[in-house]
Design a protein around this ligand. Structure first.
Ligand SMILES: Cc1cc2nc3c(=O)[nH]c(=O)nc-3n(C[C@H](O)[C@H](O)[C@H](O)COP(=O)(O)OP(=O)(O)OC[C@H]3O[C@@H](n4cnc5c(N)ncnc54)[C@H](O)[C@@H]3O)c2cc1C
Length: 152
């Protein structure tokens, strides 16, 4: 079984398997693939920005969760999916074959078009903030220093 993506849903699933090992599918090799070995817990991000939590406190350690849940962790970028052939294609690695697949790669907000934004009512600076937190970089002077870390 392949768990594609280490999003919140898969992290909660791993936690459930740790707490109730019998609920984990038995006699089955389970592999979780994610591009990073940690994932940021979004519910704590406002507290991170406000300086209440450190970055380390907001991280979900997927590698450790997998180890404790009896799941193999693979750090890789997913680049394709062959549903009929039962294979998940990874960047610079052999494809992973699966009998069962669970997708949890999150979602991505479409960024604004260069000429004015995909959301008609969101314009200017606000539109620039839509694609993600990285877009907030120009505002770093006004942000809490712990958000950007030492040295900017
Ligand atoms: C600042 C902020 C605060 C939020 N606060 C809350 C809240 O308080 N309560 C709430 O219910 N929701 C909140 N949300 C929404 C919540 O974070 C999302 O609904 C949730 O994260 C979606 O979870 P997910 O499991 O779909 O995937 P995600 O948590 O988005 O995770 C997807 C994972 O897949 C990985 N991935 C994606 N593509 C690939 C690829 N090609 N190859 C390998 N890995 C890949 C990513 O690296 C990521 O680790 C918040 C969101 C933000 C941005």
């Amino acid at each position: 079984m392949v768990l594609a993506g280490g999003g919140h849903s898969h992290a909660l699933l791993l936690r459930r398997w740790i707490m109730r090992p019998r609920s984990r599918p038995q006699r089955c090799l389970i592999v979780l693939v994610n591009r990073h070995s940690t994932s940021l817990y979004s519910g704590m991000v406002p507290g991170l920005v406000a300086g209440r939590y450190s970055l380390a406190e907001c991280r979900i350690d997927l590698r450790d969760l997998c180890r404790r849940a009896g799941v193999t962790f693979v750090q890789a970028e997913i680049v394709g999916l062959d549903l009929l052939g039962g294979a998940l294609h990874l960047k610079d690695r052999p494809a992973l074959r699966f009998d069962r697949l669970s997708l949890d790669v999150g979602c991505q907000t479409r960024g604004p078009a260069p000429s004015g934004g995909t959301l008609p009512h969101v314009r200017g600076e606000a539109a620039g903030a839509v694609p993600g937190l990285a877009a907030a970089a120009p505002c770093r002077d006004r942000a809490h220093p712990r958000w950007w870390g030492r040295g900017g």
